[in-house]
Design a binder for this molecule. Structure first.
Ligand SMILES: [Zn+2]
Ligand SMILES: [Zn+2]
Length: 137
């Protein structure tokens, strides 16, 4: 059965829903994710882009060129600033949902830590799942 996810931003201007099994669930410790989330890493669930439905509001996307040469567009609420989505030019069919924006963040089961080379010394990095200095593959 497909996994149903729902979530939104702090102020409630944006609400979304997704019904699909996650393509991948990762903790990303890259510097861009750190700056964009204000945290040591971004917990993200990748789902097929077609599975995501915006129920309310429209995120604004800010695009940066990643170290890999690919572009990453991060979607956030223009009213409250909450980060929620990432679009990856290297994976055009998926959208990454920030697990912290889910109504029930406990459904997030990360299977990989990526870009741990830039994890700050104070960041918890789970030893129970594989870690990659940058991106695997
Ligand atoms: Zn908001
Ligand atoms: Zn990242």
């Amino acid at each position: 059965m497909a996994m149903t996810l729902s979530g939104g931003c702090v102020c409630g201007a944006i609400r979304y829903e997704s019904s699909a099994d996650p393509v991948m669930s990762v903790n990303c410790y890259c510097r861009d994710c750190q700056r964009a989330t204000g945290s040591a890493m971004a917990p993200v669930i990748l789902v097929p882009k077609s599975a995501l439905r915006l129920l309310k509001g429209e995120p604004k996307y800010y695009t940066v060129k990643a170290d890999s040469g690919n572009e990453v567009s991060r979607g956030f609420c223009t009213n409250c600033g909450s980060p929620m989505f990432s679009l990856l030019s290297g994976m055009p069919d998926v959208i990454a949902i920030k697990a912290s924006s889910l109504d029930d963040p406990s459904v997030f089961k990360p299977t990989l830590n990526v870009f741990v080379a830039s994890a700050p010394p104070w960041a918890p990095v789970s030893p129970d799942i594989p870690a990659f200095a940058k991106m695997p593959g």
